[in-house]
Ligand binder design. Structure first.
Ligand code: PGA
Length: 244
C-alpha cells in the first residue's frame, strides 16, 4: 500500500489567536497539494483552529487523558476531543515523558483509549543523546513500542513519530541515514508485533526545516515530518509541504 506524505505541525505551547487566524488564512494556498496537512494547537485553541482551518487541514491535540471521564482535574478526555470533531492526538511526545513523567503504562492506556474513541494517534518514540552514544537506540525504541502499543489492534489508526530527543528544538537534525535506519527498524518491529508494518505512516521529528525536509522525506521509510519550530509560521509550513 502506498503511504501518503504527512506534514504535521506540533505547535506546543505557542501561537496567539491572531497568529492562528493569519496562519490558516495563508494556508488556503496549499489546497490541492498532494500532502496531508495536520496541525496540533494547544487545547484551548482547538475550537478556534477548527473554525479557521481550511477543510483539508486536520486538527489534533498534543495529548489526552488516560481515562475517559471522572475526577482528573486539569485533564482532557479523548471523548471530549472526539465530540468536538478533533481528528487526532499526539501521544508520548518526549516532552510529555520528560516533564510530565508519563510512563509506558500511562502512554499505553492513553493510546488504547484514544484509538477506541476514534481519534488517530501519532505515537512518539525516540532516544536521548546518551542512549544513542551508548548504542541503545534500537533497544530504547523497541521498548517504547512494545510497552506503549501493547494490546493495540493491528488495524488501528496509528502513526508513529520517530523523534530523537537530541534533535528536538536543537537545530541538530538526524542525518537522513541515521533517521532511515531507525525508521526501517521501527517498520520491521511493528510487523513483528503483528501490525502491517509496510502500511504504517512513520514520521520523522527533530529540527525538520524547509531546507532539510526533502532529503529526509526522500528516504524510503520516512513518510513525513512531525514539526515543531518550523510549523509555527505559515511561510515555513507551506515551504515544508512544497519542498518535500
Ligand atoms: P522541532 O520539534 O521541530 O522544533 O525540533 C519537533 C517536535 O518536538 O515534535
Amino acid at each position: 500500500m502506498s503511504r501518503k506524505i504527512h506534514i504535521v505541525g506540533n505547535w506546543k505551547m505557542n501561537q496567539t489567536l491572531g497568529d492562528i487566524k493569519n496562519f490558516f488564512t495563508d494556508l488556503q494556498g496549499l489546497k490541492g497539494q498532494d500532502c496531508q496537512t495536520w496541525v496540533a494547537p494547544q487545547f484551548v485553541h482547538l475550537a478556534f483552529a477548527k473554525e479557521y482551518a481550511p477543510s483539508f487541514v486536520k486538527i489534533g491535540a498534543q495529548n489526552c487523558s488516560h481515562e475517559l471521564t471522572g475526577a482528573f482535574t486539569g485533564d482532557v478526555s479523548a471523548a471530549a476531543l472526539k465530540e468536538m470533531g478533533i481528528d487526532f492526538t499526539i501521544i508520548g511526545h518526549s516532552e510529555r515523558r520528560a516533564f510530565f513523567g508519563e510512563t509506558h503504562t500511562i502512554l499505553n492506556q492513553k493510546t488504547k483509549l484514544a484509538l477506541k474513541t476514534g481519534l488517530d494517534v501519532i505515537f512518539c518514540v525516540g532516544e536521548t543523546l546518551k542512549e544513542r552514544e551508548d548504542g541503545k537506540t534500537e533497544s530504547v525504541v523497541q521498548e517504547q513500542l512494545d510497552e506503549g502499543l501493547a494490546g493495540v489492534a493491528p488495524n488501528a489508526k496509528l502513526l508513529i513519530a520517530y523523534e530523537p530527543v537530541w534533535a528536538i528544538g536543537t537545530g541538530k537534525t538526524a542525518t537522513p541515514a541515521q533517521a532511515q535506519e531507525v525508521h526501517a527498524f521501527i517498520r520491521q518491529h511493528l510487523s513483528t508485533l503483528g501490525h502491517k508494518g509496510q502500511d504504517v505512516v512513520i514520521l520523522y521529528g527533530g529540527s525538520v526545516k524547509p531546507d532539510n525536509v526533502a532529503e529526509l522525506l526522500n528516504c524510503p521509510d520516512i513518510d513525513g515530518g512531525l514539526v515543531g519550530g518550523a510549523s509555527l509560521k505559515s511561510s515555513d509550513f507551506k515551504a515544508l509541504c512544497l519542498n518535500r
